[in-house]
Each structure stands twice: as C-alpha cells, then as structure tokens.
Design a protein around this ligand. Structure first.
Ligand code: BT5
Length: 325
C-alpha cells in the first residue's frame, strides 16, 4: 500500500483537485488502484472529495494519532523520525522499554489512542481513556549519570509547558517534579524510567500523558483537560491532538538539544519561570518520610532543595509535594 504517497501528493496541493492522471504518475499507482486507496483513506477518517472531471481533493484529515499525520512536516532531526502508533496498548512506556532493550534507536516515539494499564509513578495509575488524550513514550539515550535522571523529567516538563502554552494559549504551570497544571488541576503527567548500567544510563523512557479533549467525567478529580480549560475561558474548541503531539515532539527535541549544547542551567531557569514553588511553604512526601519546610531552590541535578525549620537544607530527589499556601 502506498497511501502515504497519495497523501503526500494531495497534501502538497492543499484545497486543489488532483487529476487521476497526475495521481497515477506522482503517487506511482495504477488507475485501477486509485478508488480502493481512496476508500481505505476515507475509512481512516480522511475526507476526500471526488469529482469525475477534476479528480480528487483532500478536504480534511482525521485527528487520529496516525504516524504519517504526526510526522507530516515534523521539524526534528532525532525525535519522532520513527513513530509507532497503537489503537490500544497496556502502557506505551512498557512497549518503548522492551524495544529499547532490543536496541531500538534514540528518538523512537510510541503513541497510543488508549492505554489499558497506563502507569503513574510508584505503582499509581494513569487514566488513559480513548479519543481525547495523547499517551506517548520516547526512547532517549543521553550521556548522563543515573542520578541525573530528574533532569530529563524537568526538561520534559519545560517542553510540555511551552508546547501547551504555544498551542492553546493556556497558562500551563509546572509543579515539582512531574505535573503540569492549569488553574491548579493536572493536565499532564510525566513518567521517566531508565535502565542503568554500572555508572551510566543505558536508556531512558520518557512517558508523557496529556488530557487534550478528554471529558472531565473520564478523569480523576485532580485532573482536567485542555478542552475543559479552553471552555472555562470561553473558547469551546477542541484541539488537534495531532498538532499538539507534533508541537510537543519538536519542543522536546529543542530542550534536549539545549541540554546537550548548553547544559542544564538554562533549562532550570525556564523551569523556575513556569513554577511558583520556590519560596512557598511545602509538605514533602518521599517513600520514607514526610516533612514540611520552605522550597528554596532546584539544584543542578533537578532535586528540590527545602529549608527546614532550623535553617538546615534538605535535598529531595524524588517524591511528591503539596504547596501549603
Ligand atoms: C504521573 O504519575 O503523573 C505520570 C503519568 C505518566 C503517564 C504517561 S502516559 C504515556 C506513558 N505510558 C504510561 O504508562 N505512563 C506514561 P504520578 O505523579 O504518580 O501521578 C499519578 C496520579 O495522577 C494518580 O494517582 C491520580 O491522582 C492522577 N491521575 C491519574 N490519571 C490522571 C489523568 N489522566 N489526568 C490527571 N491526573 C491523573
């Protein structure tokens, strides 16, 4: 099947009819095959108009997470050069992890319309209902130490916040370490998993879940979606998941390249500009203890530095925080 070729020909001439002769030549197919190919594209959700005299015209593309749609005009060199999509999968992180173990290259993106067992951190669940969300995981092979993995989570948070802001105009904020919030509610979560070898990182799976057009009824109480927040601000439109996925992959690549070129410093500065945690009173919960203090800083490996009552500083590399004021 060369639907990709047909699509390319139709897309290269937006709004225009392309004659059957031209399609045969440019997409390298026989006249007899055109109709069947058009039907299969229509089944995937493409709206294609046919005119006996003029030929075929692409009117609209579906907002399904189809690899060709995501890769269309994707402006990256590493991330998303290869995209594998599923209608339904247990967890995109698990799929990406096993492919990375088999040696799959950096940059591969696994994306799904629905997850049956979407994962949060520490055995928690990520609600992944169909049709409204983006659930994606990416293989990264950065040259960092295992204790620097939080850098990738923070980098991803910056990339997501920027992508959402640019794409929707909503003021996405970051909450340490891995939440993206809009109006105080969670719209995105990030799960970074890694395989460490001796004192180096073998690979990292960067998993991102975003509620795009998801209805609130399908989300836990703490959650919201971009569509819900758009309608709260008087804009009722649905957002294009394909468009946002593309923007997100580009934004991730931009931050990842910046990490390689300029180090972590500039990313931390941007992170802080999207977060209001520094200076706030916080309750910190790690797997072993709970304590309160004032969020003082984010350090060079992505840990939260908290000032305790008597002034002593505590570094927290993983856990959850509640902002008290
Ligand atoms: C996270 O965990 O926020 C990481 C979520 C990562 C999900 C992506 S989707 C693609 C990839 N494949 C996977 O299997 N996972 C990744 P954590 O910080 O532990 O937060 C989990 C908590 O967020 C839950 O206990 C709920 O309170 C809340 N939650 C669950 N689903 C949500 C949703 N869809 N929207 C907002 N909040 C949600």
């Amino acid at each position: 099947m060369h639907d990709e070729k047909i699509l390319k020909v139709l897309r290269d001439r937006p709004g225009e009819y392309v004659s059957s002769d031209e399609l045969c030549k440019d997409a390298d197919i026989s006249r007899a095959a055109i109709w069947k190919r058009m039907e299969s594209l229509r089944e995937e959700g493409y709206e294609i108009e046919a005119s006996p005299h003029l030929g075929y015209r692409l009117v609209a593309s579906p907002d399904s997470l189809i690899p060709d749609e995501i890769k269309w005009k994707l402006d990256t060199r590493i991330l998303g050069k290869e995209v594998i999509a599923y209608k339904k999968v247990d967890s995109t992180n698990d799929v990406a992890y096993s492919l990375a173990e088999k040696g799959m290259k950096e940059g591969l993106v696994i994306i799904a319309e629905e997850q049956a067992a979407g994962k949060g951190r520490l055995g928690r669940k990520w609600a992944s209902p169909p049709k409204g969300g983006i659930y994606m995981s990416c293989i990264l092979r950065p040259d960092i130490m295992p204790n620097e993995i939080s850098r990738i989570t923070l980098l991803a948070a910056v990339a997501v916040a920027k992508a959402i802001r640019e794409f929707s105009g909503l003021s996405a904020m970051i909450k340490w370490p891995n939440d993206i919030l809009i109006n105080g509610k969670k719209v995105c979560g990030i799960l970074t998993e890694m395989k460490a070898e001796a004192d180096a990182v073998g690979f990292i799976i960067l998993g991102i879940g975003i509620n795009v057009n998801t209805s609130r009824a399908d989300l836990p109480k703490v959650g919201t979606s971009l569509k819900e927040e758009m309608s709260r601000s008087g804009r009722g439109e649905k957002l294009s998941r394909v468009g946002l996925a593309r923007k997100l992959i580009e934004s991730l690549e931009h931050e990842y390249a910046s990490l390689k070129k300029r180090g972590f410093g500039p990313i931390i500065e941007e992170w802080k500009s999207f977060s209001d945690i520094i200076g706030s009173r916080v309750k910190v919960m790690t797997h072993s203890r709970t304590f309160e203090g004032q969020a003082h800083d984010i350090d060079q490996d992505g840990s939260l530095v908290v000032r305790r009552e008597r002034g002593q500083m505590e570094k927290v590399s993983s856990g959850d925080v509640v902002i008290m004021e």
